[in-house]
Design a protein around this ligand. Structure first.
Ligand code: ATP
Length: 568
């Protein structure tokens, strides 16, 4: 039950609505019992005495109970659903608040489809927590207690039978089915996560599967998963039906027993026959309220598992980040003994990196594939948290600053950049919603995309653009951000080298006071950089200006030699 504590606390934030839902649930329960009781009494009274005035009064009571039952049931639904949807809203907000700081590292742990299934499916499963788990037992206990007290006045046997019926249908049967469910451990939610993850991969990898002629195999695998998911759903449905039928059957037995005991008491002269039909109707009426308990085991397990799955994503110790804003004006960045290792990996991706990026400097980070260049950039950007050492902004640790204030000062272009379905204009305005057409066209011109119109449609993920066009559009977007610190991860790797060179020259010329940190595979054109950092296996093995590195005749010089031999 402790897994549900967080959900319970969020639910109880809506105290007023939860209390009103319980009050109206109890009123609706009593009204439906009273409705049936008075109809039972009316039948007996009409048959046995036929007093007109009493019959009129009872008839009026019947109408009143019918009306109040409907109004109370409506109010109960209104308040319980309002509390539920507010709770779901609060849950989503609190979940996302805890999720966001963990986001970059989560991608390595969860497949995107599974993450989506948890964020959407498991959160939605929790809508049943208040509606079907939390308050039905509370309402039921009150309605039964009141009804048992009422029947006690007429017949102790009926009261005892109702108490036994309550224990059986509200406690023992749900507990038995909950036990069965936990024992069988149906993995319906896990199946849903796996199915969603596989379906997402199927969509992402559709083209490659087709090229490698593996589409059919993968499709059959998916169909099997869908079948097994449906089987799990069917099993769960069957259990609910068993639970419902058992409860209904027991309720009927109890009502028959009430009838038998009542008949016996009437024959023995212990009970006025006028009340016999009423007591039987009371029993039928009170057990009408028991139906939600049939679904209790399924919803209890479902809520518990959904809460566990959600909590398992965000239960890591959050990074401690300050709320300070980065100071306005020039920024020096330094890496001090930086260390980073990806979760679950043995080998560090960065080891003991110490380097300064002075204000207005241009730095190139080079090195073989997999040497840690992108990781270094991601740690400098505060996308990945350093596992040792520090990133310093003007000598102050990056932990002191909020991520938002750091990102606000960066112009970032990564290897892969996302474009949203829309137009060139809407994608550019992501960087500056106030940018006018003139500014956006100037940015497009700066990256040699002047043939693009701002109205041009951009498909999902920018798939109607070439790789080089996407990269240039990403640079144009960064230009519009107008921040003083550029962090570029191979921004022109898919652009022809002449155009790439022109774009770099324009960027440097138009932003003379900005700092640039550029990850590059390409060793040509680095002569103009103030500093070149060479990484290998996560370690900084060389740094200096182009001339210094060439003079030193070390690793970088060796790479240049190889490059020249290949070109020759
Ligand atoms: N999400 C991840 N999980 C685990 N290991 C990772 C992850 N991303 C990168 N790595 C590993 O970290 C190391 C450094 O990767 P990184 O992407 O920083 O290299 P890189 O120098 O930028 O490579 P490239 O030039 O090919 O882009 C590599 O060994 C890589 O396998």
């Amino acid at each position: 039950m402790k897994e549900l504590t967080q959900i319970l606390l969020l639910t109880l934030r809506e105290k007023r609505d939860v209390a009103l839902a319980i009050v109206f649930g109890v009123l609706a329960g009593f009204a439906s019992v009273a409705l049936l009781a008075s109809s039972g009494y009316l039948i007996s009274k009409a048959a046995l005495t036929g007093q007109m005035t009493v019959l009129i009064v009872i008839g009026a009571c019947l109408k009143l109970f019918g009306l109040s039952s409907a109004i109370s049931r409506y109010s109960e639904r209104l308040f319980s659903h309002r509390a539920t949807f507010t709770m779901l809203g609060n849950l989503r907000v609190s979940f996302f608040e805890r999720l966001a700081p963990l986001a970059p590292e989560l991608y390595g742990k969860y497949r995107s489809g599974d993450l989506l299934a948890r964020i959407i499916g498991d959160v939605e499963s929790l809508q049943n927590f208040l509606l079907r788990v939390f308050y039905p037992p509370v309402v039921l206990l009150m309605v039964f207690s009141g009804t048992i007290l009422f029947t006690l006045y007429f017949s102790i046997y009926t009261a005892i039978l109702l108490a036994i019926g309550y224990l059986l249908t509200a406690v023992m049967v749900p507990a038995y089915f909950a036990w069965r469910k936990s024992r069988k451990d149906w993995k319906i939610r896990e199946s849903r996560g796996v199915l969603s993850a596989e379906a997402a991969e199927f969509l992402f990898g559709f083209r490659d599967l087709k090229i490698y002629q593996q589409l059919n195999g993968k499709e059959q695998q998916l169909v099997k998963m869908v079948d097994s998911y449906q089987d799990e759903q069917k099993n769960e449905g069957k259990e609910e039906v068993y639970s419902q039928s058992t409860n209904g059957f027991l309720a009927l037995l109890v009502s028959l027993a009430v009838l038998a005991a009542g008949a016996y008491s009437t024959a023995a002269g212990e009970l006025d026959g006028l009340f016999l039909a009423m007591l039987v109707m009371v029993s039928l009426g009170v057990f009408e309220n028991i139906s939600p308990m049939a679904a209790f085991p399924a919803h209890f397990e479902e809520s518990r598992k959904a809460a566990v799955r959600l909590e398992s994503i965000v239960d890591e110790t959050p990074r401690i980040k300050g709320e300070a804003e980065l100071p306005v004006g020039p920024l020096t960045i330094s890496a001090e003994n930086l260390h980073y290792i990806f979760p679950g990996e043995q080998r560090p991706a960065l080891e003991d990196i110490t380097v300064d990026f002075p204000v207005g400097s241009k730095t190139a980070i080079v090195g073989p594939s997999g040497s840690g260049k992108s990781t270094l950039l991601a740690v400098l950007m505060d996308i990945l948290p350093a596992k040792g050492g520090h990133v310093l902004f003007n000598g102050r640790k990056s932990e002191e600053f909020s991520q938002e204030s750091i990102w606000q000062r960066l112009n970032v272009v990564l290897q892969e950049n996302h474009f949203f379905y829309g137009t060139i204009r809407s994608n550019l305005q992501l960087a500056d919603p106030q940018a006018d057409d003139k500014e956006m066209n100037a940015a497009l011109e700066a990256v040699e995309l002047s043939d693009f119109s701002l109205q041009m449609e951009v498909e999902e993920k920018g798939q109607n653009l070439s790789g080089g066009q996407r990269q240039r559009l990403a640079i144009a977007r960064a230009i519009l951000k107008r921040s003083p610190l550029w962090m570029l991860d191979e921004p022109v790797s898919s652009v022809d080298s002449a155009t790439g060179k022109v774009i770099y020259e324009r960027l440097f010329k138009n932003n003379p006071d900005s700092s640039f940190i550029i990850v590059s595979h390409d060793l040509s054109g680095l002569e103009g950089m103030d500093q070149i950092i060479v990484l290998e296996n996560g370690k900084l093995i060389e740094s200096g200006s182009y001339a210094e590195l060439m003079k030193r005749q070390g690793y970088f010089y060796g790479l240049k030699e190889i490059e020249q031999q290949i070109m020759a």
